[in-house]
Design a binder for this molecule. Structure first.
Ligand SMILES: Nc1ncnc2c1ncn2[C@@H]1O[C@H](COP(=O)(O)OP(=O)(O)OP(=O)(O)O)[C@@H](O)[C@H]1O
Ligand SMILES: [Mg+2]
Length: 267
């Protein structure tokens, strides 16, 4: 089966703390999906198991039908790439170029091919002018784009972005939307974790909500942001425009300005 299939996964940290409690999920190849939920819900722990950074205590994860236990590090990076929540956990080379080139070189690609991959990823992430810079001389927001470029150059089929929107200004968010669109055009699967609900609504339809070690909802954005029980469980708020529609007793399921205006015009 194509896609990522997570079956009854449990994860306990070495200190015995259970961070994921019997979670199952299927992600179809080529789709984009957002994972949301309060701090400490288990989102990062959950996605790190999708590329072997953490191994489930119980349960299985398969990617395109292959059990993750059977993949080597090199094989897993071709399948699933993970962009760390904190760029400091990922960056260790002296220049942005070397950082992006690291994985293609590790996979022993020709230097001309490495250059091609680095330039493509850098251009897509808007960091071409920083290729000779030290990643640590760049501000946090740009460093995030370096980490995203690294995973794009790896050529992974499934790309997990752990809070890419944190610390981004409007231009950064617009660029991230563009990157996600381009990755989907390139037949990649994009899995994002974010606390930015507007970004979720603008870019994603399928949303997985996590709360207290479990998935509590997996549905469309319209369903999720009008399900007060789920919002309450996950300590999430309706987007401002939905709340306004709710307060005005307008039709349910309004989640953006366009929907709001259409509803006003209909009255
Ligand atoms: N190395 C660790 N050892 C023990 N417990 C941990 C460890 N790392 C994380 N945890 C705990 O596991 C739970 C889930 O953490 P996780 O980082 O997966 O949450 P998250 O949903 O990504 O949160 P955030 O939105 O803040 O990034 C938290 O209670 C956290 O304190
Ligand atoms: Mg996290």
């Amino acid at each position: 089966m194509n896609g990522i299939k997570i079956d009854n996964v449990v994860f306990n940290y070495p200190n015995g703390f259970c961070a994921i409690d019997d979670v199952s999920l299927e992600i179809t190849k080529g789709e984009k999906i957002a994972i949301i939920g309060q701090n400490g819900a288990g989102k990062t722990t959950f996605v790190k198991m999708m590329n072997n950074l953490l191994r489930p205590t119980e349960g299985t994860i398969t990617v395109d039908g292959i059990d993750l236990k059977e993949l080597t590090t090199a094989q897993i990076s071709k399948k699933v790439g993970y962009v760390f929540q904190n760029p400091g956990d990922q960056l260790f080379n002296r220049t942005v170029y070397d950082e992006i080139a690291y994985n293609p070189r590790y996979n022993k690609l020709e230097e001309s091919k490495v250059k091609e991959l680095v330039e493509d990823a850098a251009e897509l992430c808007g960091i071409t002018q920083y290729l000779k810079s030290n990643p640590y001389d760049l501000p946090f927001g740009l460093r995030k784009f370096v980490t995203i470029a690294c995973v794009i150059a790896m050529g992974s089929e499934y790309i997990i972005l752990d809070e890419p929107t944190a610390g981004q200004d409007l231009d950064g968010l617009v660029l991230q939307s563009k990157i996600i669109d381009e990755l989907i055009k390139r037949n990649k699967t994009v899995i994002i974790i974010t606390h930015d609900m507007e970004f979720v609504i603008d870019n994603f339809d399928r949303i997985v909500v996590m709360a207290n070690k479990k998935i509590v909802a997996d549905s469309t954005k319209k369903e999720i942001f009008w399900d007060f029980e789920i919002l309450d469980k996950a300590s999430l708020k309706q987007p401002y425009i939905s709340k306004l529609a709710h307060d005005l007793k307008m039709k349910n399921y309004i989640i953006d300005i366009e929907g709001f205006i259409a509803e006003v015009k209909n009255k």
